[in-house]
Design a binder for this molecule. Structure first.
Ligand SMILES: Nc1ncnc2c1ncn2[C@@H]1O[C@H](COP(=O)(O)OP(=O)(O)OP(=O)(O)O)[C@@H](O)[C@H]1O
Length: 478
């Protein structure tokens, strides 16, 4: 070898050594017999033995001395091909070891190069990442349900003037103070949801947990179980990768509001009953039950007792849920609430659309006469619709939806044909109008709870009604 070739070889050797010494991976090179040829400091640290000692040991001795549990070098020599193994060294390092044979021109192994990569840190980071992801997902779900709550949040205030609603509000105030389950019944749109929120808001739980709503009617059965109970990762096909917290868990320390409880399938009724009794919930695919503590408020517009008779609702669950029942009457049975509600929604929508419209008295009377099958929800929609569509500042009869106008006509028509038989007409217009007015007043008084309500329905004040009653000699029994 000439001196320049020697210099070059020296140069490469230095480069190789620098490369080995600066590597975080452990590097170990043996000859074709398993004797050490070279190794870096990182390798000695993986094994936990000094390099000086290691340089004197054959790979089989590393095993016999208990320095390593198995030898990749020996496997490469036996199998004559590349080998990769996961090895836990006594230093506690979880390591991936790759041994590569280097062949000479005759095809024989003359070197084995092993690379050791520490997975401990990688694993820790992976675990931390998973943990972080899990926490993030939990927060995401909390935040999502918080915003869902806000979205579902009614306009916030409970509006009422009737005695019936006043009694309900008082009952809600009382029940809020004790941690008992509540069943709220009533037609659609009467305010079951808003009363459930009032109970939560007035209870101690408002500071300890959230108000979590599950609408049992709007979620398909297969998803409802996962929604309620949550699941561990990989519990079923289509499941989210990181699992999911159920709404029962989310409601812990707070209030669980199960809307349309009558739609809960019987199988889930059993599961729910167990959760309520044991105060523990296990996610789908999970092994451990978690302690939970919530108040259950349920709502339904169905007749659960009838459903029990038909076998579609479990009696034991029913009695667990209906410790206290609150029955909200339909709006047509508490007409005094219509005016304040309509005024309230006028305020809300005027603000929302930046308008300053007003409802004329005629329209208000028509609203009070209507029977509101969709209750407060329908009233809010009608007010919004009139406010948006009316062309003038004042909302007048022409702005009323057809259904309400039609209803008015039908109501009048009901009075006229059945009672104003030809022979009952007066001899002139004035007499006929008086006869009709008398019949109309009698009918409305009969249908109303109070004289005030009757006057409101007729669109006159109480003193006018009293005058007319005296004129026609109409007795009151209320
Ligand atoms: N007394 C009230 N004061 C103010 N807003 C009310 C009142 N009652 C009902 N509402 C409003 O009417 C709408 C319907 O009420 P809610 O959702 O509480 O009815 P619900 O009985 O739960 O209906 P469903 O059975 O269809 O779920 C909501 O926007 C709610 O805010």
């Amino acid at each position: 070898m000439g001196s320049s070739q020697k210099d070059e070889a020296e140069h490469y050797k230095l480069q190789l050594e620098a490369l080995m010494e600066h590597s975080y991976d452990g590097i170990y090179i043996s000859d074709g017999e398993g004797n050490p040829v070279n190794m870096n400091e990182a390798f000695a640290e993986f094994i936990g033995v000094s390099r000086d000692e290691l340089f004197h040991l054959h790979v089989s001795e590393l095993i016999s001395k208990g320095y390593i549990p198995e030898s990749v070098v020996m496997e490469v020599l036996e199998q004559k091909k590349e080998v990769t193994r996961m090895i836990n060294y006594r230093t506690g390092k979880e390591t991936i070891v790759t041994g590569v044979p280097v062949l000479n021109e005759a095809g024989e192994i003359f070197l084995v190069i092993c690379n050791l990569r520490d997975l401990t840190e990688l694993k820790t980071s992976e675990r931390e990442l998973k943990e972080t992801k899990k926490i993030t997902e939990e927060y995401r779900q909390h935040i999502a349900s918080f915003f869902e709550d806000i979205k579902q949040q009614p306009f916030g205030q409970l509006i009422y003037r009737s005695r019936k609603m006043n009694n309900i509000k008082q009952k809600a105030d009382k029940v809020a103070q004790v941690d008992t389950n509540v069943l709220i019944t009533g037609e659609t749109g009467v305010g079951k949801d808003i009363i459930a929120r009032v109970i939560h808001q007035l209870s101690k739980r408002v500071h300890q947990g959230s108000f979590i709503k599950v609408d049992c009617a709007s979620i398909p059965e297969q998803l409802l179980e996962a929604e309620l109970f949550g699941y561990e990762k990989g519990s079923f096909t289509d499941a989210r990768k990181d699992g999911k917290i159920g709404r029962l868990e989310l409601a812990s320390n707070g209030t669980l509001f199960l809307d349309e409880i009558g739609e809960l399938p019987v199988r889930l009724q059993v599961k729910l009953l167990n959760v309520i009794q044991d105060r523990k919930v296990t996610r789908i695919g999970g092994l451990h039950a978690q302690d939970i503590n919530f108040r259950v408020i349920c709502a339904t517009n169905r007749n659960l007792e009838q459903m029990i008779k038909e076998g579609s609702f479990r009696e034991d669950l029913y009695f667990r849920l209906k410790v206290v029942t609150i029955q909200i009457p339909p709006l047509r049975e508490r007409k005094e609430d219509i005016r304040p509600l309509a005024e309230y929604y006028m305020g809300v929508f005027n603000k929302r659309y930046d308008l300053q419209k007003i409802i004329t008295e005629d329209v208000m009377k028509a609203l009070m006469n209507y029977d509101w099958p969709g209750n407060v929800r329908e009233l809010a929609n009608v007010v919004e619709q009139m406010l948006v569509l009316s062309s003038s500042q004042n909302i007048t009869l022409v702005d009323l939806p057809d259904k309400i106008l039609e209803y008015q006509k039908l109501e009048c028509a009901k009075v006229v044909p059945e009672q104003t038989h030809e022979t009952n007409y007066g001899s002139n217009l004035k007499e006929s109008v008086d006869k009709f007015e008398k019949m109309f007043i009698e009918k409305i008084i009969k249908e109303s709870e109070t004289i005030k309500q009757a006057a409101d329905r007729m669109g006159i004040d109480v003193s006018t009604l009293t005058r007319k009653r005296q004129k026609y000699g109409i007795e009151i029994t209320k």
